[in-house]
Structures are given as structure tokens and as C-alpha cells.
Write a protein that binds this ligand. Structure first.
Ligand SMILES: C[S@@+](CC[C@H](N)C(=O)[O-])C[C@H]1O[C@@H](n2cnc3c(N)ncnc32)[C@H](O)[C@@H]1O
Length: 251
């Protein structure tokens, strides 16, 4: 599922949406890793364990909330994102929180630039649905991890994406994998293209296994039932299919 590379469209969308996203959805969650909308957190799930003194890489860090939380717990954090706006916010968030995180504007397709580092932990929160080539990314993640290193990532639950939250009807075929490019006209009349990749759960699992990483756990959490989070989430759908799925892998 590599095909045309839409990274430029994705970067432009996130640069434009960054301030809205930070205000509406991302919010102030810098005390623990929160794995996603209505998902759960590290305090409850204990997927990565103790981080004191560990070298940690976050990929698709957005406003840096997860890395900042881990830095507060003693992690030595590097975090990358494709969007300059998201990285700018992350840098400001780290300063506000009095921690140091090495933030860099690097896309998934170039994480091999970090090849000389070896990480104990690599995490990603709700970002890999924007990655065009998971096979390549997971192989690179494996190379960046120390032996027995942990890789935890969350993404949009593929079932959640199939259903129209307004009428609860199945709108997409689960089998229609690949890039989705949606035209959006924002209230100021500007036109934007939202791009993401639909994948079956088996496709994600098979990419993990093909990379040589070991899959230890899949978590499909539903916490904060009935809470309203941003305008894009409808309780009726959220309470039946949680929007977040989490994969824990080991090198
Ligand atoms: C839904 S946000 C999640 C951000 C953050 N992890 C959080 O929990 O708020 C997805 C993030 O992935 C980033 N992203 C999308 N495509 C990327 C790519 N090709 N390389 C690196 N980051 C990317 C976006 O810029 C955005 O910050």
C-alpha cells in the first residue's frame, strides 16, 4: 500500500489544522500517555512500563503531549512529526512544562535519518493511519529499537472508520483498503485535502510480523464512555465501537 506519496498533502493539512486540533481535540494531557479518543492511558494499561533513564522515540508526536509526559517521568525523549506547526506547538508545550524533548520535523518516510540512535521504547499515538508504507516504517522501527525494545502504537480503529456517526450506517467496505483523500471546504472557504489510509486489522498485524517485530498484545479500550470529545465524535457510535486500537510489539 505504498503507491503515490501523499506526505505533502498530509503535511499541509496538519499545518492548517494544527491550532484547531490542539484546542478542540488534543488538549492539555501532559501528565500521562493518553492512547487516543475514549481510549485509555499508560497508568491503566502499563504497556511501556518504567521510563526513567530510557531512550524514547515518539513518531507523529503532534503537540508533544505524550513525550512531555514521559520526559516528566524521567524518559530521555526524541519526538518527530511532519508538521512544522505541530512541532512549534510541541516545543512551546515542553518549555511551559519545564522539560526537555528533542523535537524534530521529520516525516515517517525519513526516520532512517535517526539510524545511529538506539531506542528502548518507540511510541506513536493516533498517527500511523497517515503513514503510506507501514511495511517500510515497521522495518525501520525494528532497526531503531534496542534488542527487546518495546514499540507501542495506537491508531483509529478500522471498524470505527466504516460507520457514519450521523445515521449509524456502514458507509465503507472493510475491504476497501488504501488511501482516502477527502476534499474539505472550511468556514473561511479555504479548500483542504484530508488524507489517511484505511487498513484491515490483519493488514496491520501482517506488517508487524513481516518486519520481524513480535506482537505481544492488541488492546481495544473504551474508557470515558459518554464523554463528549471534540465535535467529530458521536456518543452513539463511540459507545459501540471505541475509536482507538493499540498494538504492543517487542524487538
Ligand atoms: C491525530 S494527530 C496525533 C498527534 C499526537 N500524537 C496526539 O496524540 O495528539 C496525527 C499526527 O501525525 C502527524 N503525521 C501525519 N503524517 C505524518 C508523517 N508522514 N510523518 C510524521 N508525522 C506525520 C501529523 O502531523 C499529526 O501531528
Amino acid at each position: 500500500m505504498s503507491g503515490k506519496n501523499y506526505e505533502d498533502d498530509i503535511r499541509k493539512w496538519w499545518d492548517s489544522a494544527s491550532s484547531y486540533y490542539q484546542e478542540e481535540i488534543s488538549g492539555d494531557r501532559m501528565t500521562d500517555v493518553n492512547y487516543g479518543p475514549f481510549g485509555s492511558d499508560e497508568k491503566e494499561l502499563r504497556l511501556i512500563g518504567s521510563v526513567r533513564g530510557k531512550n524514547i522515540l515518539e513518531i507523529g508526536c503532534g503537540g508533544g503531549q505524550a513525550s512531555i509526559a514521559l520526559a516528566k517521568k524521567g524518559g530521555v525523549c526524541t519526538a518527530i512529526d511532519i508538521s512544522a506547526e505541530q512541532i512549534n506547538t510541541a516545543v512551546k508545550n515542553a518549555v511551559k512544562n519545564g522539560v526537555t524533548v528533542n523535537f524534530m520535523q521529520i516525516p515517517f518516510s525519513s526516520i532512517n535519518k535517526l539510524n545511529k540512535r538506539k531506542f528502548d521504547i518507540i511510541i506513536s499515538v493516533m498517527a500511523l493511519q497517515y503513514c503510506s508504507d507501514l511495511d517500510r516504517l515497521f522495518k525501520r522501527v525494528k532497526k531503531l529499537l534496542k534488542p527487546k525494545g518495546v514499540f507501542v502504537f495506537s491508531m483509529e480503529h478500522p471498524f470505527y472508520l466504516l460507520i457514519n456517526p450521523n445515521n449509524m450506517e456502514i458507509e465503507e467496505s472493510y475491504f476497501n483498503e488504501g488511501v482516502k483523500k477527502k476534499k474539505e471546504v472550511w468556514p473561511d472557504k479555504s479548500v483542504h485535502y484530508f488524507v489517511y489510509y484505511d487498513r484491515k486489522i490483519s493488514t496491520v498485524v501482517n506488517s508487524i510480523l513481516a518486519s520481524g517485530l513480535k506482537l505481544e498484545r492488541i488492546v481495544e479500550p473504551l474508557r470515558f464512555k459518554d464523554k463528549v470529545w471534540g465535535t467529530g465524535y458521536r456518543k452513539a457510535l463511540v459507545n459501540r465501537i471505541g475509536p482507538t486500537i493499540i498494538f504492543k510489539c517487542r524487538n
